[in-house]
Design a protein around this ligand. Structure first.
Ligand code: N1C
Length: 256
């Protein structure tokens, strides 16, 4: 009886371990659905299926931005004018701030950006599966599923932007407006002058300030902005942004 009990225990352990490992090696779908359900989306299962169609059964270096068009349509959202926040090389400070204070909305605060933030995925030719390992990295090839997604989603976010918009850029690097970034190469060119009045750059500075608002790269930014969209820039210490985020008394408009 003792031997049987031990055998049974081993079988149970093996099954439990097997199930956990399986979920670990392919956890994109549950993560996607869980995050999707935090938003008022009617049909998250449908959104998942439309999303998958962009890259399954395809060479993972040959997925275009346009492949995500149906998914972008399925998750369309209403922009909150005057509250939209763009960023480049400032991901942590931006999200720490938007999480604490509901002054601004980044792409990751919408269902479209939230469901895939921080994740990696790809398909394979001849397979109907989604993989989360062995996928091309960001620079391995241009048309990889993750990069094409962020390019497409960012274009959609910028396309509907309206009112006064804000962008947090990094003052601790030599080129805060870097032409290879998504902000520079996709978002700025997709802003529409009939909807956007002002682009307010918040240049986040740390102890050692490397660039200020007179940085040469901002000339490049201004030249890429559609005529009619005004440009503003303000240098703001990172500590000031963090303090304002944690201070419930501070109004959104008085942070910088
Ligand atoms: O290339 P970036 O920044 O300029 O892209 C940031 C810009 C933001 O304004 C967002 O609206 O583009 C949008 N965006 C995301 O929302 C996003 N979430 C997560 C772009 N990239 C995003 N990621 C991941 O961050 C993505 O996988 C890529 O690798 C980085 C880009 O960050 P960056 O170079 O600081």
């Amino acid at each position: 009886l003792g031997v049987l009990a031990v055998l049974l225990l081993i079988v149970i352990l093996a099954v439990v371990l097997g199930l956990t490992l399986r979920e670990d090696s392919n956890d994109l779908k549950p993560t996607f659905l869980n995050r999707c359900q935090q938003f008022q989306v009617k049909n998250c299962q449908h959104a998942w299926e439309v999303f998958q169609q962009a890259y399954v059964d395809k060479d993972p270096c040959n997925v275009s931005m346009e492949a995500y068009d149906p998914f972008i349509e399925a998750t369309s959202f209403t922009p909150s004018c005057n509250r939209m926040m763009f960023w480049s090389k400032t991901k942590d400070v931006v999200h720490e701030f938007t999480e604490k204070k509901e002054c601004f909305q980044t792409l990751e605060d919408t269902v479209l950006g939230s469901v895939l933030d921080g994740l990696t995925w790809c398909g394979k030719k001849g397979s109907s599966e989604t993989f989360t390992t062995g996928c091309p990295r960001w620079t391995d090839c241009i048309n990889n599923p993750v990069r094409s997604f962020w390019n497409r989603a960012s274009a959609a976010f910028a396309n509907v932007a309206c009112g006064n918009i804000t962008a947090m850029l990094n003052g601790s690097i030599a080129t805060p407006f870097d032409s290879s970034s998504i902000f520079a190469s996709i978002e700025v060119g997709n802003l529409k002058s009939d909807k956007v009045n002002n682009l307010n750059v918040v240049l986040v500075t740390q102890k050692n300030v490397v660039s200020n608002c007179t940085n040469q790269s901002f000339e490049n930014l201004k030249s890429k902005l559609a005529e009619g969209i005004k440009f503003n820039c303000k240098e703001v210490p990172e500590t000031q942004i963090q303090e304002c985020g944690s201070d419930p008394e501070k109004a959104c408009g008085s942070c910088w």
